[in-house]
Design a protein around this ligand. Structure first.
Ligand code: BTN
Length: 501
């Protein structure tokens, strides 16, 4: 399907922003096949800001409009867009203008873009690419563009070309309407075909087997290489998968078949914090179960305002949840996540982790994973929860008393194995929760918890208490016997002093 996207920027180095957005679209699997010139346009709505640079790019894609929109929102977020006020300045704005001849109206998306017919800054560049396109109810793009450009006068001027350097346009493959495979399916099948042909397989053969063009095979091979797969290509034996290494990509997560968690997954090389990105996506309306997964975080967040060192070698992921609960019940999801992570480490690495209240995951006595829950909502109801998980898989950060999964795993394990298992277990346990099986999850948490029964020192915002950790409440608060008194601790850092027995 051919779709047209408009890109706009009026913050920072505007031309670089447009180029970076194109690069990010390409890396995500939406490489533009052609682009208009860049136009400089007067800001609409609010005049007290810089002029915009705008352009339009065309893509050929199997993705649905909703998937394109999700990708565009992710790129906007990663590139620092903050939706602080309507019509406000922005590092990057990516809109879907037209998607084939689709006409749709949902709360999230209207196609063609509902304001396209009146926006010179989108119509004029679009007319360079698709002058004969008809906008239902409004007429030809070229006519609309000339009319609106004449009305705007000095408010719109051609600025220069959009550089699409190093970019090879793919040729559309022979995909039948209505039978397009879901996003990522072609690349997963290609990867499987390479695994099945250790001696190599020709591009022509792959194209025939997968039902796509040779250019599409080439594009997917490039993407797999960018993701870290080592694929050797020769004229004689074709493409050959050298080593899979340890790749975190959508393909390496294939096999996770989600009910809720992981229906949309954003895989990033590096990000400030997956929790921050997931929170932004949630604020912009991302659906329940959306996952942000990164190989590295530059500003990982830990509990109680601390940082969380997140070098490459770990799995850092955050999930958007939208349970209909009061804020007081949110701690349950900390405990649920701790159970899911423990189960995932058991399954993927043959480990027997323990949980320190509320949510540190320990191997022997050393921390292997941390969990951070962040909430948004009103006083009486949670709007969304971001559940963040950081696991030291291949290595633990220098200078902290922590351990990595591979140091104690029963067999070799990759980051993808661990990430897939975490998503699987989170999905299963979340489904159990929604089916009313919280008591089972709480019991699984108690079975793994090493805090209960211990003499503990708890650092809370109200001070430090020492006593015996007796149990947790239904909502996961810690009950500590201090002298003859039993105190309920909602949040804090626990030190295990010695066994109470
Ligand atoms: C802690 O032990 O203090 C909690 C650490 C939680 C770290 C994870 S890593 C993924 C997610 N993104 C963040 O910025 N933090 C959480």
């Amino acid at each position: 399907m051919r779709a047209y996207l408009s890109l706009g920027s009026n913050l920072g180095n505007r031309a670089n922003m447009l180029t970076e957005a194109v690069e990010r679209l390409s890396a995500a699997g939406l490489p533009p096949v052609t682009a208009s010139s860049i136009f400089e346009t007067e800001p609409q709505g609010r005049r007290d800001q810089d002029w915009f640079l705008n352009c339009v790019v065309a893509i050929e894609t199997e993705w649905s409009p909703t998937e394109i929109l999700a990708c565009a929102r992710r790129i906007e977020t990663v590139m620092g867009r903050r939706r602080l006020r309507h019509w406000g300045p922005r590092t990057i704005d990516i809109d879907i203008l037209v998607y084939g001849d689709a006409v749709m109206r949902t709360p999230q998306l209207t196609l063609p873009h509902p304001r396209l017919h009146e926006r010179a800054f989108a119509l004029v560049p679009l007319a360079m690419l698709a002058p004969h396109l008809e906008l239902p109810g409004h007429g030809l793009v070229s006519d609309l563009a000339s009319r609106r450009a004449a009305e705007e006068g000095q408010g719109l001027r051609e600025w220069g070309p959009l550089p699409l350097l190093g970019h090879v346009p793919p040729t559309p493959g022979p995909v039948q309407p209505g039978t397009a495979p879901p996003r990522g399916a072609t690349r997963s099948r290609l990867l499987q075909a390479l695994r099945n042909a250790p001696a190599g397989v020709s591009g022509q053969r792959l194209a025939e087997d997968l039902g796509v063009s040779r250019a599409a095979v080439w594009k997917h091979i490039q993407r797999l290489r960018q993701d870290g797969y080592s694929i050797h290509g020769t004229a004689g034996s074709g493409y050959c998968l050298q080593t899979e290494g340890d790749v975190l990509s959508l393909e390496s997560l294939a096999g996770h078949a989600p009910r809720t968690i992981g229906r949309v997954i954003h895989v990033l090389r590096s990000v400030d914090s997956t929790n921050a990105t997931a929170r932004q996506l949630a604020l912009e309306g991302s659906s329940e179960g959306t996952v942000v997964l990164a190989e590295e975080q530059t500003k990982g967040r830990g509990r109680n305002g601390r940082g969380f060192l997140s070098p490459p070698g770990g799995v850092y992921l955050s999930v958007v949840l939208r349970p209909d609960i009061p804020p007081a019940a949110a701690t349950r999801f900390t405990l649920l996540t701790a159970v899911a992570v423990s189960e995932a480490l058991e399954e993927s690495a043959g480990l027997a982790p323990h949980i320190k209240w509320p949510n540190d995951i320990l191997l022997a006595d050393s921390k292997v994973a941390g969990i951070l829950l962040e909430l948004a909502g009103r006083e009486d109801r949670v709007e969304f929860i971001v559940a963040g998980v950081g696991i030291n898989v291949l290595s633990a950060p220098d200078g902290v008393p922590a351990v990595a999964v591979i140091e104690q795993a029963a067999h070799p394990v990759t980051r993808a194995d661990v990430a897939r298992a975490v998503l699987d277990r989170l999905d299963t346990d979340y489904a159990l929760y929604t089916e009313g099986k919280w008591p089972e999850i709480l019991s699984a948490w108690r079975d793994r918890c090493v805090t209960l029964g211990q003499l503990v020192r708890v650092h809370t915002i109200h001070g430090v208490i020492e006593g015996h950790a007796l149990d947790v409440t239904e909502d996961g608060a810690l009950l500590v016997r201090v002298g003859t008194d039993t105190q309920v601790v909602l949040a804090g850092d626990v030190e295990h002093l010695r066994s109470a027995q």
